[in-house]
Ligand binder design. Structure first.
Ligand code: ADP
Length: 218
């Protein structure tokens, strides 16, 4: 992604977005209605301003339309988050990412046209739970209700076989998209690639199929 970012709401979530973007050299406007929070980001963000973003004129005067990506990271105050998103949408902001606090909040955000909706606590909880449930699954990424990407630790039984021997595609409808070997990530995989002990397979597939695969390799 490129361009300029504006982050509204400098709590833990919004704050970490500002820090990460700034660290990577992006221009970020950091906005919060709380003076103390804004002061915290003075030396970090490109600009920091105290503003209540539920006021349309305030957002206009900040020239918010000209930002390529606006992130609404207002947590507790759902009303302010919704109203801010609605105004951003009306002003024609190109890309709006909003943090949702619960399912109702998410539903409304979807309805008013937020481009990306994130549920950091819920998503991270799901991810961690999936990691805890299986010692073979190292990481987990939910692509949709049906599909995921998982990182599977190569079991003793799987080691020293090629991708053809394993045949995960026809047995489990699962595709190996990468192999992690130590520090290396191999992505242009040949069918005769030999899987070694200690490797991790990055596999994409339907959730049901991935569950079957996971049970089979235990
Ligand atoms: P987190 O859970 O990520 O820590 P918080 O709820 O603590 O989130 O932080 C949200 C931030 O959004 C707070 O710093 C708060 O001052 C800010 N905020 C709330 N309402 C508005 C608003 N109308 N305009 C601008 N900032 C707001």
């Amino acid at each position: 992604m490129n361009g300029e970012f504006a982050v509204i709401g400098l709590g833990r979530f919004g704050g970490s977005i500002v820090r990460e973007l700034s660290k990577n050299g992006y221009d970020v406007l950091a906005i919060d209605s709380d003076e103390e929070r804004v002061n915290e980001y003075m030396g970090i963000a490109t600009h920091s301003v105290i503003a209540d973003t539920t006021d349309e004129n305030v957002l206009k005067s900040l020239g918010i339309r000209n930002f390529d990506h606006v992130i609404v990271a207002i947590g507790e105050n759902i009303q302010a988050s919704i109203l801010t998103t609605l105004i951003l949408k009306e002003l024609g902001v190109q890309s709006i990412t909003v943090k949702a606090t619960n399912d109702y909040h998410e539903k409304v955000l979807r309805k008013i046209g937020a481009d990306f909706i994130v549920h950091p606590e819920r998503d991270m909880g799901v991810r961690i739970a999936n990691g805890l449930m299986s010692s073979n699954i190292l990481d987990y990424l939910d692509l949709s209700q049906e599909f995921s990407i998982v990182e599977i630790k190569v079991s003793d039984r799987m080691a020293n076989q090629t991708l053809i021997d394993l045949d995960l595609r026809s047995k489990y409808g699962a595709n190996v998209v990468a192999i992690k070997r130590g520090e290396n990530v191999m992505i242009s995989l040949q069918a005769d690639e030999l899987i070694e002990k200690g490797d991790y397979l990055v596999v994409i597939g339907e959730n049901d199929d991935l569950d079957r695969l996971e049970r089979a390799i235990h």
